[in-house]
Write a protein that binds this ligand. Structure first.
Ligand code: DC
Length: 467
């Protein structure tokens, strides 16, 4: 792949604002925050300024709640509500301006704002099955980019790779006043005490629930909206989004100037081609998503792990030289140690990564190299994703390197791949970029949240790998 990029635009060439516009068009922007922090207004106005569509995920949970109330389904009954969420049709219509919400074809935009729905939407949105159904719809809606998504988990779970993840906060009183005004504008006469109570209890439920709690996504642009006008909020966020588009457009121009640290040396390139051809010929290896990477950018590739064949299969699918961690035991045999050493295996103690190994990892990343990690820590016997170790988030944040999720499927079933009953597949996901100046002060929780975001991306890629 790298060979083809030689012809790319030279640095300094091209029309930069035009390029930034082009980069911008593919963006997903997420806006999360507690009830009444100004998300809806900010998101819909931003969408209209950018010419994007507006994805109001809260409206989707509200629509499911309305359906449950109308059909007499108990909001606390997870199984029943989840079944309902799977079976109803929810369409969010209109462009940036006219937000329409259709529940089985009927416009319910007004009804879903009523007190009854507001009261029961938190218990409804807590059920895992409900979330799974809604997140699937949301990801489909955002797949093509050009979307501003708004909710509680759009940056942390639905679109962790969003180009800009915004997190709005505001004090409780400011939020109650805003909700009051919003209801008035819809012709509903509000009870301010009831609104306060509702905000308080929803805050607790939304932040405290086990599934997708409200969290500030890693690398989020934080805006406190308590004392600023809506106009200011929208402008702040718009500037952040346009700034990011300009920055990425600039990086795309630089991509033409090759990254010497990523360039594969001849022996590596030759063996990679050989290994790739072998896996392709024998097991039908298919590689997807390579176009999501930037050659100049280095990454921590975070892959799921099901077999000893994963490092060579993933390694041969990537467009650059990579380093990877291998357990120390594999280095006991000297010939084998030399072989994997030539392909950049770094010995690690599985129990505890030593300081000198961490130093080596950081020095590779700082030098522009990329590393392949298997953050589950060990192979998954069942093929299901195991919990990821937060060391992944720590390494990425500390080194200031983006994470590119990778899903490998079929390596634990090579026999069936050989018979073409199954596909050997590597799917490379969109990178999660973390800007140094957007890292939260609570670093520990930032590592944990970022790691969880990678887990969400891997789940998404798993679905992509199955089709
Ligand atoms: O933003 P809103 O008030 O319309 O959201 C209604 C409820 O839906 C809110 O109490 C929490 C839930 N919600 C959620 O759990 N996840 C989202 N992404 C959006 C909303």
């Amino acid at each position: 792949m790298e060979e083809k990029r030689r012809g790319d635009a030279a640095p300094g060439s091209g029309d930069r604002p035009g390029r930034a516009e082009k980069v911008l068009r593919d963006f997903v922007v997420t806006i999360d925050g507690p009830a009444g922090s100004g998300k809806s207004t900010t998101a819909s106005r931003l969408a209209s300024r950018l010419g994007f569509s507006y994805l109001d995920t809260g409206a989707m949970y509200r629509a499911v709640t309305l359906a449950a109330l109308e059909r007499g389904v108990d909001p606390e009954d997870g199984a029943a509500v989840s079944r309902l969420a799977e079976s109803v049709s929810i369409e969010l219509g209109g462009g940036p301006e006219g937000a329409s919400v259709r529940l089985d074809g009927r416009d319910v935009a007004r009804e879903i704002r009523g007190a009854e729905v507001s009261r029961f939407v938190s218990p409804v949105s807590r059920h895992e099955g409900v979330r799974r159904a809604m997140v699937r719809l949301q990801r489909r809606a955002g797949a093509g980019g050009g979307v501003v998504a708004e909710g509680r988990d759009t940056g942390s779970v639905v679109f962790p790779h969003a180009a800009v993840r915004v997190f709005l906060v505001a004090d409780a009183e400011a939020r109650a006043k805003r909700r009051e005004a919003q209801l008035r504008s819809m012709g509903i006469v509000p009870d301010i005490e009831e609104i306060r109570q509702n905000i308080r209890s929803r805050d607790e439920m939304d932040s405290g629930r086990a599934v997708s709690p409200l969290v500030r996504p890693a690398g989020a642009f934080l805006v406190d909206t308590s004392d600023i006008s809506i106009e200011e909020q929208v402008s702040l966020v718009e500037a952040e989004v346009r700034g990011e588009a300009a920055r990425l457009a600039e990086a795309a121009i630089m991509d033409g100037e090759r990254n010497p640290a990523a360039r594969a040396r001849p022996y590596y390139r030759a063996s990679r081609a050989l290994v790739r051809a072998l896996f392709r010929g024998l097991f039908g290896l298919e590689i997807r998503g390579g176009e999501r990477l930037r050659f100049r950018e280095n990454y921590i590739f975070a892959s799921n792990h099901v077999s000893y064949a994963d490092p060579p299969v993933v390694g041969c699918a990537l467009d650059r030289e990579i380093w990877f961690l291998a357990k120390k035991e594999l280095f006991r045999n000297r010939a084998f140690a030399r072989l994997i050493g030539a392909y950049h295996a770094i010995p690690v103690d599985r129990e505890e990564i030593e300081r000198k190994t961490m130093k080596r990892i950081f020095s590779i990343l700082e030098g522009g190299g990329s590393i392949l990690m298997f953050p589950e820590g060990t192979r998954s016997r069942t093929g299901d994703l195991r919990p990821l170790k937060p060391g992944l988030g720590y390494t990425a944040v500390s080194a200031g390197v983006s994470i590119a999720p990778v899903y490998v499927a079929g390596t634990n079933d090579l026999g069936r791949c050989l018979l073409r009953r199954r596909r050997l597949r590597v799917v490379i996901g969109p990178p999660i970029r973390i800007r140094a100046d957007r890292i939260a002060t609570d670093r520990k929780s930032e590592y944990r949240i970022l790691t969880a975001m990678v887990a969400s991306e891997l789940e998404m890629l798993r679905d992509e790998a199955r089709n």
